[in-house]
Ligand binder design. Structure first.
Ligand SMILES: C[S@@+](CC[C@H](N)C(=O)[O-])C[C@H]1O[C@@H](n2cnc3c(N)ncnc32)[C@H](O)[C@@H]1O
Length: 283
């Protein structure tokens, strides 16, 4: 396992992912009934952008650093939960303490909600455990994401969100992501699942979306943000999220947020956003 998220924290993909997560959590909070969030690939939770890893790549400069200026009011209204996480984490202003997905979850869930953070890398697992063990709402595990799906779903609350966010660093990682969703949805059919994928190479994104489409799972919404042209050897040109069982109203919200992000984070005139159903919900 070579991947360490500290080198990539706060990049354009993190910005999209964390904003969408924060919207989904806002929807879940509309009911008083408790829910649970599973973060199957959690990383360490908070990243120092002035630390050596983030400074080495500077990826955050093409992501979170471009988010400082306010968007139009209708966009800002939807970004409010994400903005709150950033502000609470950086009481003196700025964004140099950058939230990872566990921090978005921990800061937005209520006292009676629960969350499970899972991370396989031993060092990152230790950092994650040290940061969140004190939170009575949190369970922290260091197992393979697919095993987590098999062992922990469905949650007793019977409502919630499962984040599947693999690094796609090994050859069969696409199949592992598909498996994690397949096993997860079999056990927790009513859960909201959010799976991250990279836009890279000639057609990685098109291929993985086609594979998700062929799983035979209804109600899959795709959200994609491209910041530059994608070509072989060209690195991360964008990212996407597949959202299974999206809350009602999320699609319309993302159609406001994603074009604004594409205009802001796109390089030159390259920003492209898409929000579309890969598989429609059953009527
Ligand atoms: C993209 S990073 C996660 C970023 C995090 N979700 C966030 O948004 O802040 C992917 C993480 O998955 C971990 N990982 C890799 N393979 C895994 C597996 N099979 N099961 C669980 N975690 C894994 C990596 O160590 C890495 O920390």
């Amino acid at each position: 396992m070579n991947y360490r998220h500290a080198f990539h924290a706060g990049n354009h993909a993190d910005v999209l992912k964390h904003i969408v997560m924060a919207r989904i959590i806002a929807h879940l909070k509309r009911k008083d009934k408790p829910f649970r969030v599973f973060d199957a690939h959690a990383g360490i939770g908070v990243y120092a952008l002035d630390g050596p890893e983030a400074q080495k790549t500077g990826e955050w400069q093409g992501g979170i650093a471009k988010m400082q200026e306010a968007f139009a009011p209708e966009v800002e209204a939807l970004l409010a939960p994400y903005r709150k996480v950033l502000a609470d984490l950086n009481p003196d202003g700025g964004f140099m303490r950058c939230p990872g997905s566990p921090e978005v979850i921990a800061r937005l869930l209520r006292g009676h909600d629960r969350f499970t953070l899972n991370e396989l890398h031993p060092d990152d697992y230790a950092a994650l455990r040290d940061r969140y063990y004190i939170d009575a709402r949190a369970g922290i595990t260091g197992i393979d994401a697919t095993v987590l799906m098999k062992a922990n779903l469905p949650p007793p609350e019977r409502r919630g969100l499962v984040l599947i966010d693999p690094p796609y660093e090994v050859k069969n990682e696409r199949e592992l992501a598909l498996d994690a969703l397949r096993f997860g949805i079999r056990r927790f059919a009513t859960g909201i699942f959010m799976i991250w994928y990279p836009v890279k190479g000639e057609d990685f994104a098109e291929q993985i979306c086609a594979a998700f489409q062929n799983l035979g799972i209804p109600a899959m919404l795709k959200v994609e943000l491209r910041v530059r042209e994608s070509f072989t050897g060209g690195g991360l040109a964008g990212s996407g999220l597949i959202i299974v069982n999206p809350p009602w109203g999320l699609e319309a919200e993302l159609k406001v947020i994603v074009p604004a992000l594409a205009a802001r984070l796109g390089i030159g005139t390259w920003g492209q956003g898409a929000v579309e159903w890969l598989v429609l919900p059953k009527t």
